[in-house]
Design a binder for this molecule. Structure first.
Ligand SMILES: O=P(O)(O)OC[C@H]1O[C@H](OP(=O)(O)OP(=O)(O)O)[C@H](O)[C@@H]1O
Ligand SMILES: Nc1ncnc2[nH]cnc12
Length: 189
């Protein structure tokens, strides 16, 4: 059921259904890919069409609420979410890829994440200034990935209207790291 506070914040009713769905379709893998990490595996969600549809619908609601005209997804798991959201919304999709995959002129950012270091890239001409871009990913953990992606989008002139994720790991400082970006998780752990 939607709480009064969530309604006041303008969160969609579907996000509660999505949170329930996520609780039932995310698998914890202990100590992967390294000791001490509890990996949040979304493959059970992807394998269950009805559940996946509820979650994509909730992300589309969030995109509509924020007036997003463009969806940006972060390779690789972010692509699995960003593409169906963009399709349902009728919005363009901007891929933010791991280093060395985009063919045109790129901007790059290197960052630390919960279990390593990575470099991501965006095409320098990926967005026009009038586009309102919603960043989509599966997990917000330390925030390194999202902060780097936000920086890349801002650097190519995008107006970034928020970050939506399936799961925010609230015991890690992701939200602080991406501030002042508006973070909308479907589920907070
Ligand atoms: O908040 P952070 O600590 O930065 O972690 C979150 C990121 O980690 C995962 O990506 P990963 O780099 O493992 O890549 P994948 O999507 O290719 O599995 C996840 O999909 C997020 O993008
Ligand atoms: N604990 C975790 N589970 C899944 N993806 C992640 N990305 C960063 N931390 C993660």
């Amino acid at each position: 059921m939607t709480s009064i506070d969530e309604a006041a914040l303008g969160r969609p009713a579907t996000s509660d259904a999505a949170a329930d769905v996520l609780r039932g379709h995310i698998r914890d893998i202990q100590d992967w890919p390294q000791p001490g990490v509890v990996f949040k595996d979304i493959t059970p969600l992807l394998a269950t069409p009805a559940a996946f549809g509820v979650v994509i619908g909730a992300l589309v609601d969030i995109a509509r609420q924020r007036g997003a005209t463009t969806i940006a997804g972060i390779e690789a798991r972010g692509f699995l979410l960003a593409a169906p959201v963009a399709d349902r919304l009728g919005a363009g999709l901007v891929p933010i890829r791991k280093q060395g995959k985009l063919p045109g002129p790129v901007r790059s950012a290197t960052y630390d994440l919960e279990y390593g270091t990575a470099t991501i890239e965006i095409h320098a001409d990926a967005v026009r200034p009038d586009e309102r871009v919603l960043l989509v990913d599966d997990v917000l953990a330390t925030g390194g990935t999202a902060a780097a992606a936000h920086g890349l989008l801002a650097g190519v002139g995008a107006e970034v209207v928020g970050l939506t994720v399936l799961m925010e790991l609230s015991f890690l400082p992701g939200r602080e790291r991406v501030a002042p970006l508006d973070v909308v998780p479907l589920l907070t752990i």
